[in-house]
Design a protein around this ligand. Structure first.
Ligand SMILES: [Fe+2]
Ligand SMILES: [Fe+2]
Length: 406
C-alpha cells in the first residue's frame, strides 16, 4: 500500500455476512444497542456509550486487552452504521442491513484493523479475526432470533445523506500525507463526512504512530486502575464465549484445543480467586465465610468436570454431556459472583485494594499463560507449558498456587 508512513503496518480486512430471520428493523434496532454487544461478541468485554456518536470499547484480541474510543461516522436507520476508532487500537468498519423479504435480513460486517503486538502480527491475524467475526455474527443471529424482538433501538441518524464510504485504514493513509495527525481537526470535519471518516481514522493511526496513545499496542498488561472485578468479569465472558465456540465447531482438533484453553482459563481464574479474592471476601463481606464456602464448592464441581473433560475424547458421546455440565456450573458461578459477590466487593472493599488485587491476579496469570485462541501463534508455547491432556488441571493448579506436584 503506497503512502503509508512509519509503522508500515499491514492491516487486516474482514467481510462477513449472515442472514437473520427477523425483519430489518429488528436487526438494525438491536445493533444500535451497543452496550449489549458483549452478549454476542466473543472478545468484547464492555462497550460504553459515551454519547449518541461516541463509544468506548474494551476487548481482548489474541489475549491482549485492547481499548479504544470509536466515533460513529454514519448511521442510517435500517441501512447502515459506520464507525472509526479515534483513540487506542486502530480499527474501523461498517455494518449494513439489507432486507430479504419482510421477515429476514442480511447483515454484513466489514472490518479493518491494524494488528498490534508481536502475537497479532506474527499470527494469522486474518484468520483469527475472520473466525471471531463469523462467530460474533452467528451469536448475534442466535441472540436476536431467540428473542424475536429487539431489546431497544435508537432511530436517530448521523450523516445520513452524505456519501460516507466504509471507513478503514486506507482512508487514513489518504489524508495522512497532507493533514497527518491533525486529520481530525475541525477543518476536516467541516469538509464533509468522507473527510470525517478519513480524518477520524487518520487520527487513530497517527496517534498511535506518534506514541500519543501511550503504548496502547504493546504487549503489556493494561491493568492500570482497573479493579479485580473487571478482570474476573472479563474472564467469565471469555470462557463463556470459548464454550460457545466449542459448540460451534465440528473440527475435532479445534474442539480439543478450545477445550484445553477453557480448562486452562478456568483453572487460572479459580486459583486467582482463591488466592487473592477470597481473603478480601472473608475480611470485608458480612457473610464472607459462607460466600467463600459456596464458591469453593462450585470450583470443585468445575474441577471434577474439567478433569473428565481433559481425558475424554472429543468424539466420545460423553464429551457433549460433560461440556453441557461445565457450561451449567459455570453459568451458576458467573451469576452468583456477578449478581451478588462482585457488587458487594465493590461496595465494601476500598477501591485501592481492589486495584491492588487486580495487579496480583494479572501477575499470577503470567505464571501459566493460556493460549488465548487456538489460531494464535503461541500455541506451541502453551502446549509446552501446560499440556494438553490428562493431568492438565492438576499441573496448572500446582504451578499457579505454588503447590508442588507429588
Ligand atoms: Fe469463583
Ligand atoms: Fe469467577
Amino acid at each position: 500500500m503506497s503512502g503509508r508512513g512509519k509503522g508500515s503496518s499491514v492491516t487486516t480486512k474482514v467481510n462477513q455476512s449472515v442472514q437473520v430471520d427477523v425483519p430489518v428493523r429488528v436487526a438494525y434496532d438491536q445493533w444500535t444497542q451497543f452496550e449489549e454487544f458483549p452478549r454476542f461478541m466473543g472478545g468484547v468485554s464492555q462497550v460504553t456509550q459515551l454519547s449518541d456518536t461516541l463509544l468506548h470499547w474494551v476487548a481482548e484480541i489474541a489475549g491482549v486487552r485492547r481499548e479504544w474510543d470509536a466515533a460513529i461516522v454514519q448511521q442510517v436507520p435500517d441501512e447502515r452504521i459506520a464507525w472509526a476508532a479515534t483513540e487506542g487500537a486502530t480499527n474501523a468498519g461498517a455494518v449494513s442491513f439489507v432486507p430479504v423479504g419482510t421477515e429476514a435480513t442480511t447483515v454484513t460486517l466489514e472490518l479493518e484493523y491494524e494488528p498490534e503486538g508481536a502475537v497479532e502480527k506474527a499470527g494469522d491475524a486474518l484468520n483469527l479475526v475472520q473466525r471471531q467475526v463469523a462467530g460474533d455474527l452467528e451469536r448475534f443471529k442466535a441472540y436476536i432470533e431467540s428473542r424475536g424482538v429487539e431489546t431497544g433501538g435508537w432511530r436517530g441518524a448521523v450523516n445520513e445523506d452524505l456519501p460516507v464510504g466504509t471507513p478503514g485504514a486506507q482512508d487514513a493513509a489518504m489524508t495522512r500525507g497532507d493533514s497527518g495527525k491533525a486529520g481530525v481537526s475541525g477543518k476536516a470535519v467541516a469538509a464533509g463526512a468522507a473527510a470525517v471518516v478519513a480524518g477520524v481514522a487518520a487520527a487513530a493511526v497517527a496517534g498511535r504512530g506518534s506514541g500519543e496513545s501511550s503504548e496502547a499496542g504493546e504487549e503489556v498488561d493494561v491493568v492500570g486502575e482497573q479493579d479485580v472485578v473487571d478482570l474476573l468479569t472479563i474472564d467469565h465472558a471469555e470462557v463463556t464465549a470459548l464454550i460457545t465456540d466449542i459448540w460451534a465447531t465440528q473440527d475435532g482438533e479445534l474442539r480439543r484445543d478450545l477445550t484445553d484453553t477453557v480448562i486452562a482459563e478456568l483453572v487460572r481464574h479459580s486459583v486467582a480467586e482463591e488466592m487473592h479474592v477470597y481473603p478480601a471476601m472473608r475480611k470485608y463481606l458480612p457473610d464472607g465465610d459462607a460466600a467463600v464456602e459456596h464458591d469453593t464448592t462450585e470450583h470443585k464441581q468445575l474441577e471434577v468436570t474439567m478433569k473428565q473433560l481433559e481425558s475424554v475424547d472429543v468424539a466420545d458421546v460423553r464429551f457433549a454431556e460433560l461440556l453441557r455440565q461445565l457450561e451449567t456450573v459455570l453459568a451458576d458461578h458467573v451469576a452468583d459472583e456477578e449478581r451478588d459477590q462482585f457488587p458487594e466487593l465493590r461496595a465494601r472493599v476500598p477501591h485501592a485494594e481492589l486495584v491492588d488485587i487486580a495487579h496480583k491476579v494479572a501477575a499470577a496469570k503470567k505464571l501459566a499463560p493460556t493460549r488465548p485462541h487456538p489460531a494464535a501463534p503461541n500455541n506451541q508455547l502453551f502446549h509446552k507449558l501446560a499440556g494438553p491432556g490428562v493431568g492438565l488441571v492438576d499441573r496448572l493448579r500446582d504451578r499457579l498456587s505454588g503447590r508442588s506436584t507429588p
